[in-house]
Ligand binder design. Structure first.
Ligand SMILES: C[S@@+](CC[C@H](N)C(=O)[O-])C[C@H]1O[C@@H](n2cnc3c(N)ncnc32)[C@H](O)[C@@H]1O
Length: 248
């Protein structure tokens, strides 16, 4: 029988290898992850994340999942936005990223009502109808079976709940796109080498963005996973997009 294949950046790999390869990427970049985000986005990733949190219409006492939470930037913003009056689970498949996130929150004195769960987005270990909001920031692109992850998110949302996926997307301006391609393939791997001592992980980042679904294709995936009233907003010429879907 032929092995099922998927993409890891531009490489075609057996489907059951991708998770291990993605793990190597994030194990390798954990220590310099936050610094690299600041440098490579010139700090703009904070604005993208704030936009996602502000567009979620959060309310006090909600139960919120930050999926693929990594070093917990979105968890931090959610907790600050609701002044701690919420219950948040920060979840990630990668133990080293999640540990870093947990330490960062503790350093900021933000630990009340936050729990940490190591889990694969494709097989969320939470009961049906558990969360008012599920955020996934820059995580979906790395998941082996994105449709499975979306179905799992849908199952765990309460009726009336929203899923917000913040992810790199496809630049809508041809001139910006040319500059962005030059930046991504010429400069980004060099920054990765200088700062994180890891060129390959940042080459993977550039490639995985190009292999990720377009805005319209991801919206169609949301719809086929059962989400309703699906929409997206492009940020910074579509370099990033926030996708939103509801469960009614
Ligand atoms: C680029 S980081 C994003 C971290 C954080 N959300 C942020 O916006 O800075 C992507 C995260 O997705 C996690 N991830 C990758 N595949 C995953 C999966 N199948 N399930 C859950 N998390 C996953 C990685 O471990 C990593 O921490």
């Amino acid at each position: 029988m032929q092995e099922e294949k998927t993409h890891f950046g531009y490489q075609e790999v057996p489907k059951d290898h991708k998770q291990g390869l993605v793990k190597q990427v994030f194990d390798s970049v954990t220590e310099q992850y936050d610094l690299m985000n600041d440098v490579m986005s010139f700090g703009v990733h904070h604005l993208w994340k704030e936009f996602a949190v502000r567009s979620a219409q959060l309310k006090k006492h909600q139960v919120i999942l930050d999926l693929a939470a990594g070093t917990c930037d979105l968890t931090t913003l959610v907790v600050k936005h609701l002044k701690g009056d919420c219950s948040v689970i920060a979840s990630d498949i990668n133990a080293s990223m999640l540990k870093k996130g947990q330490y960062r929150l503790l350093d900021k004195g933000l630990h009340k009502n936050i729990n940490f769960v190591q889990a694969n987005a494709e097989y969320l270990p939470f009961p049906d109808n558990s969360f008012d909001r599920i955020f996934m920031g820059f995580g979906l692109r790395n998941v082996t079976d994105k449709a499975k992850a979306l179905a799992s998110i849908y199952r765990c949302l309460k009726p009336g709940g929203q899923c917000l996926v913040l992810e790199f997307s496809h630049c809508t301006d041809p001139i910006v796109s040319k500059l962005y391609n030059l930046y991504s393939f010429k400069l980004l791997p060099k920054f990765g080498q200088w700062i994180a001592k890891d060129k390959d992980s940042y080459q993977y980042l550039a490639e995985s963005i190009r292999m990720h679904e377009t805005q319209e294709a991801l919206k169609a995936m949301f719809l086929s996973s059962g989400f309703e009233a699906c929409s997206y907003e492009n940020l910074t010429f579509g370099i990033v997009a926030v996708h939103k879907g509801f469960k009614f």
